[in-house]
Design a protein around this ligand. Sequence first.
Ligand code: AMP
Length: 220
Amino acid sequence: MKAIILLGAPGAGKGTIAEGIKSATDYIHVSTGDMLRAAVKAGRPVGLEAKSFMEKGELVPDNVIMKIVTERLEEGKADARYMFDGFPRTTEQALMLDEVLDGHGGRVEHVFLLDVPRDVLVDRLSGRRVCKSCGAVYHIRNIPSKVAGVCDLCKGPLYQRSDDTEETVLNRLEVFKKQTQSLIDYYEKKNVLVRVDGSKKKEDTHAEIVSVLRTAFCSS
Ligand code: AMP
């Protein structure tokens, strides 16, 4: 079991990049944010535990996160490759992930840190709109839908995530800044951190990451 991690502030483009990598490789995409939103929507107990933290832009407790991640990994085959997006968010989660992977004879191969300036992040998040039916992501100025408020793909209604409002966005960025430096240090020491410029066009960021993955694959 091998893993790569997409690390970056909310709005850094982890989800978009993950979609591209998923279609170009055999990595299984695991987004803890998506899993939590699905659990909240379905009224599952983990969703109820997570909801109030998510609404404030705070981190959900590590035990809740590890429960959903471990369950997800147990569903997969022993030789699966995972791409984590939005996880780990703390050094404690990183340590627990290493332990779980180790138990399956696996490890974290690369951690891609998507670097994006703060003003770009705030703009991306507060202008983001998501389709309620199919989950497609738009931006009111950068990637507008053809008809305002309606998804181009499935005609579903677009909405603003409750944690994408400006006040919550600022808190999420603050939480990210506080939690992430130690995580960066942790992966830097393990020699698996790859810094990527996430403010470029998504095709360029994608190409940079895929090239690292292909080089690693060819030399393994
Ligand atoms: P995201 O979609 O990754 O921006 O996550 C949305 C929200 O879900 C975050 O603001 C947190 O409240 C929660 N969340 C997602 N992943 C994690 C994680 N690994 N650790 C703690 N909280 C998380």
